[in-house]
Write a protein that binds this ligand. Sequence first.
Ligand SMILES: C[S@@+](CC[C@H](N)C(=O)[O-])C[C@H]1O[C@@H](n2cnc3c(N)ncnc32)[C@H](O)[C@@H]1O
Length: 206
Amino acid sequence: MGVLEDKARARTFYRYLSKVYDRINPFVWNEAMRDEALAMLSLEPGDRVLDVGCGTGFGTAGILQHTEDVYGLDQSPHQLEKAFAKLGKHDPVAFHYGDAERLPFKDDSFDAVWSSGSIEYWPNPVEGLREIRRVLKPGERTVVVGPDYPNSTVLQKVADAIMLFYDEAEADRMFAEAGFVDVEHTVMQAKPGSPRAIVTLARAPE
Ligand SMILES: C[S@@+](CC[C@H](N)C(=O)[O-])C[C@H]1O[C@@H](n2cnc3c(N)ncnc32)[C@H](O)[C@@H]1O
């Protein structure tokens, strides 16, 4: 398990990274990639959507372009402060401080769940995915974005030491274990040589 797959350490990490997060993030995950991934959810006005590990609200802001019923959750108070400064604390987004592996929401309560760049920090990603499935209405969709597993053996060793990087086969296993169906992956990259993101679209069973 990587050094940042620990909730307290990840919280400390984001205490500092939050100061520069919005300047660094576009090098690996930019608006065009976000919007292409969000389009997979086919959101409609009025849909209730949750952003798990919303951070400074980058994905949340994209979701708001489709619907006004938006919830965001993160375990870093420092990241959330940045999100509040951009998007307000309660309106239009209902932000929650909390853990992806124990979502404070009722079963079957969301029309879609989005999570970008957060799963790699969860100590038990399958538990987090189960939570996403639990809060999704039957038959509805999630998009989860994480870091694609590097090809080179050296980079794999570095990646494994830091946090979860995964390939399509590993994603298939995790999403199936969490109870999802119709799982599809798309690999995205800001530019050649940049780290790749693995974008997974999956559906809660009917
Ligand atoms: C790379 S940032 C991604 C932020 C945002 N989703 C985006 O696309 O820019 C990862 C976020 O996941 C949050 N996070 C990590 N582990 C978490 C957990 N167990 N529960 C909730 N949030 C978590 C971090 O605090 C951080 O804000």
